[in-house]
Write a protein that binds this ligand. Structure first.
Ligand SMILES: NC(=O)c1ccc[n+]([C@@H]2O[C@H](COP(=O)([O-])OP(=O)(O)OC[C@H]3O[C@@H](n4cnc5c(N)ncnc54)[C@H](O)[C@@H]3O)[C@@H](O)[C@H]2O)c1
Length: 451
């Protein structure tokens, strides 16, 4: 939460001149989290002066949905020239982020990009060059770091109770709702999202880098596509009107989701973006199971995995130290005696609603010292978007970027690069069946202690 005094001072100085925002990519993330939520929460500090998307129908809907009165553009350069913004927000398809980041920096504005920074090493080099030449700042929207549980784990690691950390086990499970959804749209194509090793795991690799406080140096990985895509006996074109709807457990009735209908279905005639695509499409070329080994500059070793068709959504992490072990986990259903279905849990995860009225709940961590007893730690669980992380991230960006940051939650270019580098190296390792060194992929030198 923002320090009230700092916030007040920031507010009074900013009230005179609101930051002028433009946003490119008015899809679900752009229109809700970086759109309507920002208008609702930060209008004392910022104002939207332009919105851009290649889909004119979606643009018009989102302008009304956000409740703004600014001009809309299908031409990015025209928007940048006509609106003189202070800050650009990039929320387009992952593989296009670099185009807008590079141009935004060249236009001399502050740029905020959604994760992942980009999808391959060449685009990453373009971004690094543009940032250096512009002298402007690039912010990467890593929200997971700010959530209550990761923040407590970081605190426990800093307290050094388990001694020097030497290895980490980190396993992430996407359920048959959330995991499946990645295979319905552009995320299923490596040319658009860089595979889930980049699109999704960038969050997890960023958390690891932040927890371990060092940079990755070498990666080895395996991956396979054994469930979605070509693996099913039948497939249709899309869920709407599909002949297989009665026998397909993954049938999704988009007509019951008004936002998805307004945002995507109503505008598919402009760009052919089918939101309820068949997840058994033959064209899907990403992995649906992934296992990655990472070696860090400070000699920490990590075993990471990502599963996309788990019956439940959650994760488990364990830090092995020289003096003991720190274990934690999130959303394991029998631990919480969870009464919500996995579909309801997914909706809640993506929600930006304040959780102040919901039942208090807690997450857990356990510290066990070598030759000692275990200690259970309860951590208040914030339920707002991404464990409360979404709100804290935006407070820092829009209220006061200079507020104290003792845990180093704020993420910049180097963090964005180091997290995607693990995913890009893992992809390359799977393709070339060899360990891949980070120095093969970027001019940034891995550092024993994070810079
Ligand atoms: N941090 C998080 O938790 C989180 C959550 C969801 C999405 N995201 C990120 O947000 C971004 C958007 O994801 P989404 O789920 O909203 O996707 P989406 O498909 O709903 O939206 C993408 C939008 O970009 C537009 N677009 C694509 N190419 C364009 C171009 N060249 N020029 C202008 N507009 C273009 C599309 O028309 C669409 O409106 C992605 O990078 C994704 O990784 C982050």
């Amino acid at each position: 939460m923002a320090n009230p005094m700092t916030s007040l001072m920031a507010k009074s100085s900013i009230l005179a001149k609101k930051k002028r925002l433009v946003l490119v990519g008015t899809g679900i993330r752009g229109s809700t989290f970086w759109g309507k939520r920002v208008v609702g929460q930060y209008s004392d500090y910022v104002e939207f002066v332009g919105l851009c998307d290649i889909n004119p129908g979606r643009l018009e809907f989102v302008k009304k949905y956000m409740g703004v009165d600014c001009p809309t553009f299908t031409d990015f350069d025209e928007m940048m020239k006509k609106t003189s913004p202070d800050m650009l927000i990039v929320t387009t398809v992952d593989a296009t982020h670099h185009q807008f980041i590079v141009k935004g920096l060249k236009y001399g504005v502050e740029v905020l990009t959604e994760k992942p920074l980009t999808t391959d090493e060449d685009k990453c080099a373009e971004i690094l060059k543009a940032e250096k030449e512009s002298g402007k700042k690039l912010i990467v929207g890593f929200n997971y770091r700010y959530a209550t549980l990761p923040t407590k784990l970081k605190e426990l690691l800093i307290s050094n109770e388990i001694g020097k950390v030497t290895s980490v086990d980190f396993h992430w499970y996407l359920n048959v709702y959330h995991g499946a959804d990645y295979f319905r749209r552009w995320h299923g194509l490596r040319g658009k999202g860089g595979t889930l090793l980049v699109h999704k795991a960038t969050h997890h690799f960023d958390l690891l880098n932040w927890f371990i406080d060092s940079d990755p140096v070498e990666v080895f990985a395996y991956g396979g596509l054994e469930h979605y895509g070509k693996n099913n006996a039948f497939r249709g074109e899309k869920c709407r009107g599909c002949a297989h709807r009665d026998k397909c457990k993954f049938f999704w009735d988009i007509t019951q989701d008004q936002m998805a209908m307004d945002l995507y279905a109503a505008n598919e005639n402009y760009d052919g973006y089918i939101r309820d695509n068949c997840l058994w499409r033959n064209e899907i070329d990403i992995y649906d199971k992934m296992a990655v080994q990472i070696k860090y500059a400070n000699d920490v070793q990590v075993s990471y995995s990502l599963t996309t068709y788990s019956p439940y959504e959650g994760w488990r992490i364990a830090f092995n130290g020289l003096n003991g072990r720190l274990d934690s986990w999130l959303d394991i259903p029998w631990r919480r005696e969870e009464k919500l279905t996995q579909a309801e849990l997914h909706a809640q995860e993506m929600s930006q609603e304040d959780d102040s009225d919901s039942t208090p709940d807690y997450d857990e961590a356990v510290i066990m010292k070598n030759f000692g007893d275990y200690k259970k730690i309860q951590i208040h669980a914030a339920k707002g978007g991404h464990g409360g992380g979404d709100k804290l991230l935006q407070d820092r960006i829009f209220v006061d970027q200079n507020m104290p940051d003792p845990m180093r939650h704020a993420a910049g270019t180097r963090d964005g690069v180091m997290s995607i580098m693990i995913g890009i190296a893992a992809r390359k390792s799977i393709e070339e069946q060899r360990p891949v060194r980070i120095e093969e992929l970027t001019s940034l030198k891995p550092s024993v202690k994070r810079l």
